[in-house]
Design a protein around this ligand. Structure first.
Ligand SMILES: [Zn+2]
Ligand SMILES: [Zn+2]
Length: 374
């Protein structure tokens, strides 16, 4: 059976515009679509014929080849034609896509307006800033609509053209062994349009990366992992879609003195062994400055002192936490002669005395028991 002329199939003039071709094709596809004509072989053939004709005529290079050489210029079996669908056959490609048009198919993404991506920005803060709150300026890279092409991606004076690979539908059907798989068109990424003459400023993306400076108000009490949402400060949406949000994620730097655990703060305070033995007054740091801490006599290393309310007021409200100071008894070094004499004398005074060393005496008892000496 001789192939009908593609222009004849679509019922258009040889010089028909792209829009006229599309209109004619739409009309035929709707009329002959298998979903509307179940079991009608003639309709199915007409549908395939229209698909094939439009596939060729909607592609500028294939159309030129067809105009010059006729079917031989574009028939894949004749070795002509441009880059096509590989082994996929046209009715497969269009058949499924049209199910979508008729509402019977999957909810494919057919390009169009898309919400911009949310962005994440990690904000490093000192502990003091996190506890007290602060306002910081941040510079964030973001995609904004290209001013040169006003977001279209096409060079001034040109416009995006219908994607020749998917004929503007955004989806193609590929043959993989025995299966045919519908997937997003690799050429236009589902947009249905491609840029033939890209804008120089954005390389056809329609959006460009720009740095913008934002002021971020950090409430007091934030901690690592907390997020502050700046609504509408994310990436510009594609094709007029809404802008995404910017999430500022807090990361509190390690502090030289304090460790934080939720609303409590921890610190280690070295004390002399004489202060530990005799008791005394220590100066300990808090976020609000130094405070005095009374140490009772006989304080052991590792003992924790709690300073109520000297921790962090949580960002979500509630009572502030505490500051826990852990004392570490320090062994004196670089003793002069006099100090050494005093300590020698002191050591002698401990001889045979178990009441001065509560831990050690218990420990030595245990050791003796362990070796069977008792
Ligand atoms: Zn541009
Ligand atoms: Zn495409």
């Amino acid at each position: 059976m001789a192939k009908r002329d593609y222009y004849e199939v679509l019922g258009v003039e040889r010089g028909a515009s792209e829009a006229d071709l599309k209109k004619a094709y739409r009309r035929l596809a709707m009329k002959h679509h298998p979903d509307r004509n179940p079991g009608d072989k003639a309709a199915e053939e007409s549908f395939k014929e229209a698909n094939e004709a439009y596939e060729v005529l909607s592609d500028a290079s294939k159309r030129a080849a067809y105009d010059q050489y006729g079917h031989a210029g574009v028939d894949p079996q004749m070795g002509g034609g441009g880059p096509g669908f590989g082994g996929a056959n046209f009715s497969d490609i269009f058949g499924d896509v049209f199910s979508d048009f008729f509402g019977g198919g999957r909810g494919g993404s057919r390009g169009g307006a898309q919400r911009g991506s949310d962005l994440r920005y990690t904000l490093e803060l000192d502990l003091e800033e996190a506890v007290r709150g602060t306002t910081v300026s941040i510079r964030v890279p973001t995609l904004v609509n290209c001013k040169v092409c006003e977001g279209s991606g096409a060079k001034k004076g040109s416009a995006p053209i219908t994607c020749p690979t998917c004929a503007g539908i955004g989806q193609v059907r590929m043959q993989q062994g025995f299966f045919s798989v519908q997937q997003t068109c690799p050429r236009c990424h589902g947009q249905g349009k491609v840029i033939s003459d890209p804008c120089d400023a954005c390389h056809g993306e329609g959006r460009v990366e720009e740095f913008k400076t934002l002021s971020v108000k950090v409430p007091p009490g934030v901690d690592t992992g907390d997020r502050i949402r700046l609504s509408g400060e994310g990436e510009a949406g594609a094709q007029g879609g809404p802008t995404g949000d910017l999430y500022v994620v807090i990361n509190v730097r390690e502090h030289s003195i304090f460790q934080r655990d939720g609303k409590n703060l921890y610190c280690e305070v070295p004390i002399s062994f004489t202060d530990a033995a005799l008791g005394g007054e220590l100066e300990v740091p808090t976020l609000d400055g130094r405070v005095k801490l009374k140490i009772p006599d006989g304080t052991q290393t590792g003992k924790q002192f709690r300073l109520r309310g000297k921790g962090v007021a949580p960002v979500r409200g509630g009572a502030p936490g505490d500051l826990l100071c852990r004392v570490a008894v320090e062994t004196p070094v670089n003793l002069d002669r006099r100090q050494r004499e005093l300590l020698e004398e002191f050591r002698a005074s401990l001889e045979g005395n178990t009441t001065n060393s509560p831990k050690a005496s218990g420990w030595f008892e245990g050791m003796k028991r362990f070796f069977g000496d008792l």
